[in-house]
Design a protein around this ligand. Structure first.
Ligand code: FE2
Length: 189
């Protein structure tokens, strides 16, 4: 379930808001300059192609990209594969990539087609954790310190919107704040 938990950035136990109410989530994020939207979820199969996903959401994507700022729109997907001996290493590597605080030169825009992941926005003096599920669109504003947890068993399909081909590159702050906050698996359990 989509949820937002807001805590003091100096104390993860000082929880100021915990809500699963979609309207409240959108309002609280809008207050902080963060776009959050819900698009109709579609049941997808593991075999669905990238083109089918982009086609299904074509109208919504067109509205979001009305000014054609997103020159690269793709689909990222990761699913557990217990038949693959490399899977645990691949899962760990994928998870760790953006698990430390960083920022980007452009907005980080993601739509979750399936599965889930958690964005943690470090908006002083708060950390705003947003657990996204299927149907959630979130945009982390350019320059915002944040990190992303896909959990110990990553499983999601997400549409990504980039203005530049290297828009995903992270500028890591070196702050180890992420280690102090509850993980996706803790928040979503
Ligand atoms: Fe990021």
């Amino acid at each position: 379930m989509t949820l937002v938990q807001i805590a003091a950035d100096t104390d993860p136990d000082d929880i100021r808001l915990h809500t699963t109410d979609p309207e409240r989530i959108a309002a609280e994020l809008a207050l902080r300059g963060v776009l959050f939207d819900r698009w109709p979820a579609t049941p997808i199969t593991a075999e669905i192609s990238t083109d089918e996903i982009l086609g299904y959401y074509g109208e919504r994507i067109g509205e979001l990209d009305a000014d054609e700022r997103y020159r690269h729109i793709d689909v990222a997907r990761i699913h557990p594969d217990d038949t693959d001996p490399q899977w645990p290493d691949r899962a760990r590597a994928a998870r760790e990539k953006f698990l430390s605080e960083h920022r980007h030169g452009e907005d980080e825009v993601r739509f979750f087609v399936s599965g889930r992941g958690c964005f943690y926005l470090h908006l002083e003096p708060e950390v705003v954790a947003v657990v996204c599920e299927a149907g959630d669109l979130v945009s982390v504003p350019a320059g915002t310190r944040h990190w992303f947890d896909m959990g110990a068993r990553p499983d999601f399909v997400a549409i990504r919107f980039f203005e530049e081909a290297d828009g995903w590159v992270g500028d890591f702050t070196g702050d180890r704040i992420a280690e102090k906050f509850p993980s996706l698996d803790q928040l979503a359990s």
